[in-house]
Write a protein that binds this ligand. Sequence first.
Ligand code: CA
Length: 231
Amino acid sequence: MSTRRILIVEDEQPIREVVAFGLKRAGFSVSEAGNGVQAQASVANERPDLILMDWMLPDISGLELTRRLKRDELTREIPVIMLTARAEELDKVTGLESGADDYLTKPFSPRELKARIDAVLRRSSPLDETQSLQVKGLQLDTAGHRVLAEGVEIHLGPTEYNMLSFFMTHPNRVYSRSQLLDRVWGANVYVEERTVDVHIRRLRKALGSHGLDGYIQTVRSAGYRFCPPGE
Ligand code: CA
């Protein structure tokens, strides 16, 4: 089972620590940020599966930060749960259309938080643990972290697995090497663009053992496209 990474953006350290403690106990991997700048760096470097965002931060409001994340193509799919201090704030926040996926008023119980997180992850993530991704001849079982080609398990390295998972959730679109680096490796990871070619080659080779290497097309001077037949 893959561990979900939650980023807690909260300037009040005691609250942050209590929340982090509860989430770790619930089996999540946790990162913490005490302000908006740290939050943005953490989002770029670690690409969390979900963000808990305090509304009132010292440098930028959680509301504005959420808007920015939701405007950016690289981060808009990361679900955000906004934390507010009072119910009146909640009314305001919900009326402001920040793009947050859910809202929670402090104080909340660890159980309530866990329930909200689970619900948001289930709703928003294409890689929910109960799901598997499937296209013709190819199945990616996200719960078991396994890939089946024509019903037979194939073994992929972690980068090839992440790449295939990205392709299967974003089919029929051309991605440049630099876009693939951002989406598969994460922004701010300094890897040469030709590294992408190396991993594409490995992925094709693995798929090729079942005649599926044609699913990944090279688009000249543009990049790569995942194009399963019949789509
Ligand atoms: Ca605060």
